[in-house]
Design a protein around this ligand. Sequence first.
Ligand code: NDP
Length: 466
Amino acid sequence: METMTIGGRAVEGAGTFGVENPATGRVFAQAPECSPEQLDEALRAASDAFPAWRSDEGARRDLLRAAAKRVEDAADELAALITAEQGKPLADARLEVQGTVAGLRFVADLEVPREVLADDDQARVELLHQPFGVVAAITPWNFPVAIAGLKLGPALLTGNTVVLKPSPFTPLSTLHLGGVLRDVLPPGVLNVVSGSDPLGARLTAHPVPRKISFTGSVATGRKVAAAAADDLKRVTLELGGNDAAILLDDFDVDALADRLFWGAFLNSGQVCAAIKRVYVPRRLHDVVVDALADRARSVVVGDGTAEGTRLGPLTTRPQFERVSELVADALARGATAVTGGGPLDREGYFFQPTILRDIDDGVRLVDEEQFGPALPVLAYDDVEDAIRRANATHYGLDGSVWSADPERAAAVAERLECGTAWLNTHALPHPAVPFGGWKHSGLGVESGVPGLLAFTESKVLYRVKG
Ligand code: NDP
């Protein structure tokens, strides 16, 4: 059984809980249940490790590079665990691990800026960025290793120590990551604990962490922010999205339909920044619907371990039930499933790739985050109307504009109310580029130098002259 990592040791839980394989819906492994005392121990270990860890930046860089190498060496094991517990095809799981390795290497080379603000006859004033101490990192189930890596690299490079808690739906790959790094990082620098509710709430309410880096749903993000408010912990929240893609009237269907499709269906739509609704000029509507439906019909859906699978199941039973409910509701309200429209007739949490037309704003599948392989295609008559509808949401993660004319597309993209606006693509993460959401989609950013600084307090160092 995978173990927790606490103070550099492999630790079994006070109990265990079952982990399902979403391709079968059956429990295939047990994971450790972290007791409140074990959580205290993990936070104490992180606290104790902090003074030495923060003191040597060169050592931290070297150890992050060593950590990246160790994760790379363990890529096959990690990918197999991701596929088993999360469901994505093995090739995508490998890409997830490779992306994590590349991200850790990128961060290991980043400079933590130290800026001279003034240097005159009176004073030399510098702006420094210093670590918080212990960071609580909480991750969701859609990219368990990649999202953990996004938090670990910057938190550790800037001199913090970490207690990391994965989603109980996908704890195994993160626990394994902790195990792989156990003898690379000094004891206590990275602790990994697993458990079901209320472990996350205990971690966020605990007095030791000074910063919470959270990725998950809007509803839980609110609870995290409320828990942090009590003792003014710093928070970064990466929450859900309901990203709109707006196609302009010169959209090249043949050239771009593949990219549009995968912008929505990667990871079976379980991507925070996936395309979740498409606005299409009425003239192009039927052609675009057909092009997307062709791709949805031909994509191979199956067990992530099977050769040739491009889309796996939904990861959790609640998510499977939610997508089923949203699609059934849309159909009851007059939408047409051009292809798909329901679960696959097999065991596990498989849902048919679904393209919906005859659907409009105001239907739950359009207004809410479906987080699954069901995409509504909506017609518009006037691009002003499309922009208004794209922005008429509490979400504001990403958006995209698709056109043969980059200037026209950019002019529309600039008016989207979201953290990132893409042109002719959607959600291509890069470790140099900050990522975050407006409105209810988040607070703060991850990645790039701004994401690095989110793991620091700023400090002014003022030396008076004379
Ligand atoms: P959840 O919000 O349900 O859970 C996320 C994590 O929070 C889990 O580890 C969960 O553990 C934990 N948690 C639950 N309650 C609390 C609490 N009160 N305090 C602290 N932690 C808690 O999200 P999902 O795992 O269902 O992930 C899907 C959601 O994540 C989608 O909405 C998606 O859009 C969003 N997401 C956002 C991304 C972004 O970068 N913006 C990226 C990926 C996903 P437990 O289950 O034990 O409660």
